[in-house]
Design a binder for this molecule. Sequence first.
Ligand SMILES: Nc1ncnc2c1ncn2[C@@H]1O[C@H](COP(=O)(O)OP(=O)(O)OP(=O)(O)O)[C@@H](O)[C@H]1O
Length: 265
Amino acid sequence: MTVVVDVDGIHKSYGGVHAVRGVSFRLAAGEMLALIGPNGAGKSTCFNMLHGQIKPDRGRITILGRDTTRLDPRRIWALGVGRTFQITATFGSMTVIENVQVALVSADAALAWRLGALGTLKRAEAERLLALVGLADQAGRPCGELAYGDLKRLELAVALSNDPKVLLMDEPTAGMAPAERIDLMRLTAEIARERGLGVLFTEHDMDVVFEHADRIMVLDRGNLIAEGSPTAVRHDPKVREVYLGGGSTFAAETEVAAPAPGGAQ
Ligand SMILES: Nc1ncnc2c1ncn2[C@@H]1O[C@H](COP(=O)(O)OP(=O)(O)OP(=O)(O)O)[C@@H](O)[C@H]1O
């Protein structure tokens, strides 16, 4: 097993709030690893530490063999870490393919686009990425006209533009219709397996999690309370307690204890 991310005892507090308490885990190449937990469990804080937006108070993060604990997001991205956002971050006034071209050539290309000179720059590579995510026929449309599900696919293409070995997806399917969610994560899982890409994702939709994660980690109030296969996590008493025993805050997520239709067993 090739370990692409190795997290060792990371902590983060905000004043008196212990957002993340001593979390450790590993992500392997080609693995789909889900990080779940109720609201406020610490998922976003973990993500933000992994991609460098915030620094842990303690602990160590190693990505692709490099200590990234104190690196800024740009340096982490340059190592081969792709990222998608909860809220899509595309340029609405550019065409679909221009968004990917800009990602492929980064800062210089944004200037080229403003000068109207993006032209054929990285066009073939951008076309390949659009084909990979099923958007080849949308390439010339203004990005602002895309349906939300297609925007999410475009974001995936943009995230893959630096040929990452690690992909961090913070609630990738937020705001999507249920069928689109399953499609996006199926596509992501296929790409992950083909390219040996390690994918860490947070997700509130338990059908998506149980259908597509190879392994699931459960956070509760900053602590990693369970970790294992979807079957093991589904039957873990601590997880059931967190999702079912905690009262109304967890009501929206009670599906965790119910068999996911067609989900992994
Ligand atoms: N910048 C901040 N300042 C103060 N407290 C914060 C900050 N960011 C997060 N917290 C607190 O840390 C805890 C963990 O928050 P975090 O956003 O990581 O949880 P989460 O699992 O991602 O929640 P959600 O599912 O609602 O996005 C919460 O109690 C939150 O209020």
